[in-house]
Design a protein around this ligand. Structure first.
Ligand code: SAM
Length: 232
């Protein structure tokens, strides 16, 4: 009986500062046969920055059809070493890749992820937290925001520049009964314009209006019993 060793490496890449790549990530990206990625231009630039010789890039998105997935599986079964990356951070964390990984044996080459960086710099209690990815846009959104009133753990979620003002305003009204609850907004972590705003529910409407609407955001809500933290 022959044993097929499937060689898929899941490799994290930086979330902004390209120096945050790990040695193992560089080694793995250099040694592999091809890289499965989201935007081939983004991954191409990373390889160029790392002086890794050009290699085949296979585009894979959450909407990629089954045929692409089958082709990837066939190549792995033929013994090729493929790497899975996303545009930034850790593959499968609010990013495509889950469909590939769920079907295969893989190894992980861990590294940065925006929500972990945000939790560690937040100053909020994070012995326990819940990660929500991106909030739903319509169905269940209001109910979810209101449920935060009863959540005892720190909450962390991703938000885009297009919705940050709206989300912070809606959060302010959903949590109005807890005006001193801590809110932390992290923008552009590890990049030149990194910003960490520590504020509270009662200040959120003003913060929402004045926030710089550029870049990428992680929003955190403190445990409702934690003491107010320093406000910037
Ligand atoms: N896989 C990535 C990870 O491990 O963090 C997340 C990908 S998700 C499609 C992109 C979202 O992550 C952005 O909209 C933003 O909310 C958050 N994000 C990524 N990089 C960030 C950064 N440097 N600063 C703040 N938030 C960031």
């Amino acid at each position: 009986m022959s044993i097929v060793i499937v060689m898929l490496s899941i490799v994290s890449t930086p979330i902004g500062n390209l120096k945050d790549i790990t040695l193992r990530a560089i080694e793995t990206l250099t040694a592999c046969d091809a890289i499965i990625c989201e935007d081939t231009r983004v991954t191409g630039k990373l390889l160029e920055h790392l002086n890794i010789p050009k290699k085949e890039l296979i585009a894979f998105h959450s909407y990629s059809n089954e045929r692409v997935l089958e082709e990837i599986i066939k190549r792995l079964e033929r013994g090729e070493h493929l790497v899975l990356v996303s545009d930034a951070g850790t593959p499968c964390i609010s990013d495509p890749g889950f469909k590939i990984v769920s079907k295969l044996e893989a190894e992980v080459v861990p590294g940065p992820s925006a929500f972990l960086a945000a939790l560690s710099i937040s100053g909020l209690p994070i012995n326990q937290f819940i990660y929500l990815g991106f909030l739903p846009l319509k169905k269940g959104r209001k109910t979810l925001l209101e449920s935060f009133n009863h959540e005892l753990r720190t909450i962390v979620f991703y938000e885009s520049v297009h919705r940050i003002e709206r989300t912070l305003s809606e959060l302010a009204s959903a949590l109005k009964e807890q005006p001193d609850r801590n809110i932390v907004i992290c923008r552009e972590l590890t990049k030149i314009y990194e910003e960490v705003i520590r504020t509270s529910v009662k200040e959120l409407p003003v913060v929402a209006k004045n926030i710089t609407k550029k870049g990428e955001f992680v929003v955190l809500i403190g445990d409702q019993r934690s003491p107010p933290s320093r406000c910037l």
